[in-house]
Design a protein around this ligand. Structure first.
Ligand SMILES: Cc1ncccc1N[C@@H](C)c1cnc2ccsc2c1
Length: 115
């Protein structure tokens, strides 16, 4: 079949899904460690260990300023939040467990919405 070129409808509906997904993540009870940038002055070692910090408020800013060219770049930033969390926090720590819960929730929701 002919490759369907991405229409503006596709990208605007994808964008709507990104806003909805982000709103659900921010409202999740386990979102608290990820809502704002980690203050690396208050968290020893964070600046050195985590090369690309990311958090939900930064993603929202990028989304509202049309920074994301497509769905994949949005999903990559969401996963960066969880990858950073797994790298820096013990699996059984409160933050580590919150990150694991959020990642599972996100994977479930975006596959429901987009596949
Ligand atoms: C996601 C993450 N990874 C590593 C360290 C911190 C954080 N989150 C920040 C908000 C944060 C910063 N400070 C505290 C103190 C108790 S929970 C908490 C959470």
């Amino acid at each position: 079949p002919a490759r369907k070129s991405k229409t503006s409808k596709d990208s605007s509906s994808e964008l709507a899904v990104c806003h909805m997904l982000l709103a659900e993540l921010e409202a999740h009870r386990c979102a608290w460690p990820f809502l704002t940038p980690v203050n690396h002055k208050a968290v020893p070692g964070y600046k050195k260990v985590i090369k690309r910090p990311m958090d939900f408020s930064t993603i929202k800013e990028k989304l509202t300023s049309n920074h994301y060219l497509n769905l994949e770049t949005f999903i990559a930033d969401i996963n960066l939040v969880f990858d950073n969390c797994k790298k820096f926090n013990e699996d059984q720590s409160e933050i580590g467990k919150a990150g694991y819960n959020m990642k599972r929730f996100f994977n479930k929701r975006w596959t429901e919405l987009l596949q």
